[in-house]
Design a protein around this ligand. Sequence first.
Ligand SMILES: Cc1cc2nc3c(=O)[nH]c(=O)nc-3n(C[C@H](O)[C@H](O)[C@H](O)COP(=O)(O)O)c2cc1C
Length: 336
Amino acid sequence: MKKMNTTLCEQTGIDFPIIMAPMFLVSNEAMIKAAIRNGIMGVFPSLNYRKEGELKTLLSKLNNYKSETNGLGSYGVNLIVQQTNLLYKKHLAICLEEQVPFFITSLGNPKEVIEGAHAYGGKVYCDVTNMEHARKCAALGADGFIAVCSGAGGHAGPHPATVLIPVLRKEFPNIPVVMAGGIADGQGILAALSLGAAGVSIGTHFITCDEATVSDEYKQAIIDAGIDDIVMTERLSGTPCSVINTDYVKRIGLKQNLIERWMNKNPTTKKWFKMITQLRGMKKLEKAIQPGNYNSIWSAGQSSALIDKTASCEEIINELKKETNDAYQKLHTLFG
Ligand SMILES: Cc1cc2nc3c(=O)[nH]c(=O)nc-3n(C[C@H](O)[C@H](O)[C@H](O)COP(=O)(O)O)c2cc1C
């Protein structure tokens, strides 16, 4: 299939406008290399590499791999730009040193990432779920937005793609928008492009790839889940996060209790409580992805309902490309 020319492709040099979305504890080196090899953008959260020296080693390997494969695809790093991420400054410095070509920032203020990346021509897209944050990121010089829409895996936004994307495009006609949330097939990709998106960011579908080292139980739960089996819980990080409604999730409930809510809002306890809640949530997730663990709290989006098998990254990417083309041809015939 020939190279597609959306702004995302032009800005990053990738062949096809798919971002393999960053996923805490899921994204890994094999997945990112498969993304590069197959002409898309593979992004991973820096927090998947917390041990001393790990992130730097991986980045230099990926830089070599990207030049060996002649830059069909590319890679990027997701940074949580918030005070609660104690590794943020350190990880940012390593990424800038290695000249990471692409960033996705989540939460907080992306100023330092944007300034640092722009110094060598790196691109920075910011996760946005609302207009207030989008305006801040635009004013700071973001190269693009990741519109995190309702139904997404992880911290889904409140707005549907059919509204958020056109609204962002209207207010910021010169800033490309990538749609995240609810896409697991080519029809979804075509829909995103027709809304004016410059590409899509796909997470949940890639959890079921062969290269992901999460437990088979987690992958199977995604395959089995229907659209009504995904719920939003505050019990992981304090911020609503989409998970599969397993027996364990039903047992622990979806809301924080009254004391937790108070501590989450109180100006003196807020920062520390959020940090502790997030650390506890990370530990819970870390346990849950191991084989044979019964505390099954598994993050996944509503697109789980569209996924019915495991496959290699290459197979998933090729199928998505083919389906997008088929969907386009089919739609074309409707207009005569
Ligand atoms: C298991 C899981 C972990 C995630 N971790 C992160 C993360 O660390 N940083 C981030 O910005 N987004 C994270 N996300 C959100 C994804 O990057 C992406 O926005 C989302 O998966 C897109 O929706 P989809 O799952 O419907 O494809 C995560 C999503 C999932 C499912």
